[in-house]
Design a protein around this ligand. Structure first.
Ligand SMILES: Cc1ncc(COP(=O)(O)O)c(C=O)c1O
Length: 338
C-alpha cells in the first residue's frame, strides 16, 4: 500500500482496525478489535431517532524521532463524559477511553503519517445508544467505538485567512441547550447555515448568541478568538463547545506574555481586532480574513493584507511544535505511545 502523505485531504480513510466496547447488563464488556467498517444496530435505537450520540476528535502526530504523540487524551475523555451525561447516555470511563485510543492508534501505527508530511492521524471516538425502544428515554445499551484515519494539513493553500459569514436567521444552540456538548444534534442544527455559507464562498458560519443576537458564539466547528493590544480575547458563552485547542492556545498566549480575556464579545468589537481566528483540532488555527454580517449589510475586515497576523502565526507554530515533539511539552499535554 502506497499513501501519498503530502496530498491527503481531511476526510474518511480506510485503515486496518477500529476498536469497540459495548455497555450491556449494567457493565462495559471486553474491548474488541474490528476490521469491519460497518455497525449493525437495532432499527429502534435511540441514536437513530432521538440523537443519543456523542463523539470526539483528537489527533496523533509522528515526531522527527519517529515516536507517536497523542494530544490531550484526558481532555477529550472528560469532554465525552460531559457530553454523555448531557444526553443521558452511559459515560465512558476515562481509563477505558484512554486505553482504547492508545490501542486503536497502535493497531493502525502504519497509518500515522511521517513527520515531514505535516499530516497527522485523526482519531474519532463515537458513543451511541442502542436497543429496541420507541419511547423517548435513555437507551438500555451503548456502543463506544473509535476509528482513525490519516488526514492532511487542513489548509491546502497553506495557513491562509478565509472569509466567514454571520447569518442571523439561524441558531446553532440555545443558551441552556446542548451547545457545550459534542453531540450530533448541534451539527444537524448548524447544517443549513453551514451549507449556505459554503455556497456563498465563506469558509464557515459565525454564529451569534441565540438569545440576544449581540455576541459572538463560535465559528462552525471551531471556537473564535480575536487579538487586540497584546490581548487574546475569546467568547464566554453557555452555548459553545469548550475547545481543547482554545484552552491550549490560552495557556500559550499567557506564556507569550499576552493578556487573556474570556468574556462576552459584542459583534461590533470585530471592527477593532488586529487579528482573529477560528481554532479547533482540525485546523489548529484558521485565520479570519473578513466577517460579513449578511443580514445587516456590514463587513468587518480583519486581515488588511490577506495574511495571518503575527500573533496567530506564533501561536500556530508553537502549538504544532509541541504536538510534533519539536519543542518541550511543559504541561504534559502529549502522551507518547509505547
Ligand atoms: C462546535 C465546535 N466548536 C469547537 C471545536 C473545537 O474543539 P477542539 O479544539 O476541542 O477540537 C469543535 C471541534 O471539535 C467543534 O465541533
Amino acid at each position: 500500500m502506497q499513501i501519498d502523505w503530502s496530498n491527503l485531504g481531511f476526510g474518511y480513510f480506510k485503515t486496518d482496525y477500529n476498536v469497540r466496547c459495548y455497555f450491556r447488563d449494567g457493565k462495559w464488556g471486553e474491548v474488541e478489535d474490528s476490521t469491519s467498517e460497518e455497525v449493525t444496530v437495532h432499527m429502534a435505537s435511540t441514536c437513530l431517532h432521538y440523537g443519543q450520540e456523542a463523539f470526539e476528535g483528537l489527533k496523533a502526530f509522528r515526531g522527527k524521532d519517529g515516536k507517536i504523540r497523542i494530544f490531550r487524551i484526558d481532555e477529550n475523555a472528560k469532554r465525552l463524559i460531559r457530553s454523555a451525561e448531557g444526553v443521558v447516555m452511559q459515560p465512558v470511563p476515562e481509563e477505558l477511553f484512554t486505553n482504547m485510543v492508545k490501542r486503536v492508534v497502535k493497531l493502525n501505527e502504519k497509518f500515522v503519517p511521517p513527520y515531514e508530511s505535516g499530516a497527522s492521524l485523526y482519531i474519532r471516538p463515537l458513543l451511541i445508544g442502542l436497543g429496541a425502544q420507541v419511547g423517548v428515554k435513555p437507551a438500555p445499551e451503548y456502543l463506544f467505538l473509535i476509528f482513525v484515519g490519516p488526514v492532511g494539513p487542513y489548509f491546502k493553500e497553506g495557513f491562509k485567512p478565509t472569509p466567514m459569514a454571520i447569518m442571523r436567521g439561524y441558531d446553532r444552540a440555545a443558551p441552556l441547550g446542548t451547545g457545550t456538548l459534542k453531540v450530533g444534534g448541534n451539527y444537524a442544527a448548524g447544517m443549513v447555515p453551514t451549507v449556505l455559507a459554503h455556497e456563498k464562498g465563506y469558509s464557515a458560519c459565525l454564529f451569534l448568541d441565540a438569545k440576544e443576537k449581540k455576541y459572538i458564539d463560535e465559528c462552525g466547528p471551531a471556537n473564535f478568538f480575536g487579538i487586540r493590544d497584546n490581548t487574546y480575547i475569546t467568547p464566554e458563552s453557555t452555548s459553545i463547545l469548550p475547545s481543547i485547542t482554545n484552552k491550549s492556545l490560552i495557556q500559550l498566549a499567557k506564556d507569550m506574555g499576552l493578556k487573556v480575556e474570556r468574556r462576552h464579545v459584542p459583534e461590533e468589537e470585530l471592527a477593532t481586532f488586529e487579528e482573529a481566528g477560528a481554532c479547533g483540532t482540525a485546523a489548529v488555527i484558521s485565520p479570519i480574513l473578513r466577517i460579513d454580517d449578511l443580514d445587516e449589510n456590514k463587513s468587518y475586515v480583519i486581515s488588511k493584507d490577506g495574511k495571518p497576523g503575527p500573533i496567530s502565526e506564533k501561536l500556530y507554530h508553537k502549538l504544532r511544535a509541541i504536538q510534533y515533539g519539536d519543542e518541550e511539552d511543559p504541561y504534559g499535554w502529549v502522551t507518547i505511545l509505547d
